[in-house]
Ligand binder design. Sequence first.
Ligand code: HEC
Ligand code: HEC
Length: 336
Amino acid sequence: MRLLTFILIAMLAACSPNEENNAVENEAADSFYEPVPAMHYPVDNPWSKEKEELGKMLYFDPRLSGDNSVSCATCHHPDKGWSDGLPRAIGFGGQELGRHSPTIINTGYFEVQMWDGRAPSLDKQALGPIQAAVEMNQNLDELVKELGAVPEYVKRFQKVFGGMTPENIGKAIATFERSVVSNNAPYDKYMTGDKSALSASAVNGMSLFFGKAKCVICHNGPVFTDSGFHNIGVQQHGPLQEDLGRFNISKEDFDKGGFKTPGLRSVSASAPYMHDGSAASLTEVVRFYNRGGDVKENLSPFITPLELTDFEVQDVVEFLKALDGAPIVISSPQLP
Ligand code: HEC
Ligand code: HEC
């Protein structure tokens, strides 16, 4: 249904690519609008306030790393849009990693985790970076021993789970991550009737996003991701010569250079952008799309030059900024 609507819009936009189409394209925006739903918690890891609080402590606790120097928040910090402000993460021992730290915002809604989708759920994902030699370099049995020597943690794990295990550490952290939600942006206010919530530029950007610029093909649904993988033609930057992305997992040729479509709510806070942090600003990102990507090998057929004027590029950026949600208020926890 969504695809059908899109094809219709694309045809209309192709016929006469000018502002007369704004009305039609705003209808497209209407037909695609989905507010952010309530968070869904897995059956085997239901929400409780105590669990979320425990997860928050663990998320901010450097005890989770091998030398007690790094916490999840080091690379996914609230003050940096829940990322780290760096093109590529700095890992254990100070080495630069190959990929950019994605934001934690709205990950609770994602069907798959990581740029290549290798982690199916947040509950399982959390144990990955703890053990990864290049990230937190911690042995899970050691960690349970270390946290087991902290009476406050023992008490809290006992209360929430009936005991401390690596699996329960992951579950608690995932529960906290599910509380990091961006919703209720100016865009939502506009779509639900407050026409003063968006500037004229953002409204035009919205028409472009859902029409001529065809961003909606991949960035759709309530948090603006199709949970799919696409090669959009990013020129690889950083220590990796080449990053085949999704192909490393699927071994399907068409996945070469394919990365997960990121969500776009509150995206303005988590610069730089892309799996390798190669785009410094949202303006750079939209200019990149406007020229039809940089690397043509195995490029998605949906990435083509857009012929947006400089004003239109800026309008799309204004629309992206209108996806900034209500502030996510999280105070750093008192660590035991
Ligand atoms: C050294 C920096 C670093 C630390 C520490 C770190 N991460 Fe990450 N995180 C990354 C990078 C880089 C990626 C992307 C890796 C990839 O896709 O290959 C990532 C990916 C993720 C994702 C996937 C998000 C998405 O949109 O797909 C989640 C969730 C996540 N990390 C949570 C955590 C949690 C929880 C912790 C602590 C237990 C943690 N991270 C510790 C750097 C870090
Ligand atoms: C063919 C699918 C597709 C289309 C069309 C598309 N995107 Fe993307 N977008 C992606 C993927 C995949 C990535 C990540 C690619 C990478 O890192 O290599 C991405 C990355 C981004 C990012 C960076 C987010 C971050 O957290 O790093 C922004 C912003 C963005 N897109 C906005 C847009 C806009 C605006 C448009 C329309 C002009 C658009 N996208 C069109 C699939 C798409």
